[in-house]
Design a protein around this ligand. Structure first.
Ligand code: DC
Length: 235
């Protein structure tokens, strides 16, 4: 594939709760790259669809809605170093997108080919000039199969559920471990069993299991892998 890029694209895929966002953001900051959290696209669509009364199984309506949102620039994403801020028609919706309900709804709407097609070009445009760390589910397999460095960041469902519980507790919300574990497993199943662009490791992605690693250790390990890569051999 011909590329205009002079700087690399780093793809980080993996299941929900593996720490992709924090690690990708930190890595991007270290490299002086932009960070793009692609889950925000699907979360935003799920949120707007719910407000508009569009069901999560209505592929045609969801595809139309996604296309309209892209075409009219009704959604604005600010992938900053402290977190992703999302605006719909000028109103910030970032906090509303972080709930587990929206996470599950995002998982359901993202299973439709119509929706994935609508967001594909937008993601590729965001990576046009390179120098971007993308995190998602299908970055290394579908969006940027030619990404320069690919990671599949994972952790055991138990560890991911524990992290989610701590995260919620830090926000002052009490959630049970068993409910959270069930949600983590449900999302894994939805994301990996779907027919279109399922969550799976790209053949050339390095697997990083963060179960026993701190965030710092994970970032270090990934930065080490990236440094070992000789970008100068690229076009
Ligand atoms: O990463 P996240 O939890 O914000 O993602 C929310 C949902 O969006 C996730 O369950 C599956 C979907 N998603 C996707 O299908 N492809 C991506 N590249 C990113 C997210």
């Amino acid at each position: 594939m011909a590329t205009q890029r002079t700087r690399p694209i780093i793809a980080i895929d993996g299941p929900a709760g593996a720490g992709k966002s924090i690690v990708a953001r930190r890595l991007a900051a270290e490299l002086g790259f932009t960070f793009v959290d692609t889950g925000a696209l699907y979360r935003a669509l799920a949120f707007v669809a719910r407000k508009a009364g569009v069901a999560t199984d209505d592929a045609t309506m969801l595809g139309d809605l996604a296309n309209t949102l892209v075409r009219t620039h009704a959604l604005r994403f600010d992938f900053g170093t402290t977190g992703t801020r999302v605006y719909h028609d000028g109103t910030e919706i970032s906090t509303s997108l972080r709930t587990s309900d929206v996470g599950i709804a995002a998982s359901l709407v993202s299973a439709h080919a119509e929706v994935r097609d609508a967001f594909l070009e937008l993601q590729r445009e965001l990576g046009e000039s390179g120098g971007v760390v993308f995190e998602g589910r299908d970055i290394g397999t579908v969006v940027f199969p030619e990404a320069d460095v690919k990671f599949f960041l994972t952790a055991s469902p138990q560890v991911r559920a524990e992290r989610r519980v701590t995260e919620q507790q830090n926000k002052g919300e009490n959630v049970s471990f068993s409910d959270t574990l069930t949600q983590v497993q449900r999302r894994d199943q939805l994301d990996s069993m779907r027919v279109v662009a399922p969550l799976r490791r790209a053949k050339d992605a390095a697997i990083i299991d963060s179960s026993a690693l701190t965030i710092d250790e994970t970032v270090l390990l990934m930065a080490h892998n990236i440094r070992a890569f000789d970008f100068s051999t690229e076009e």
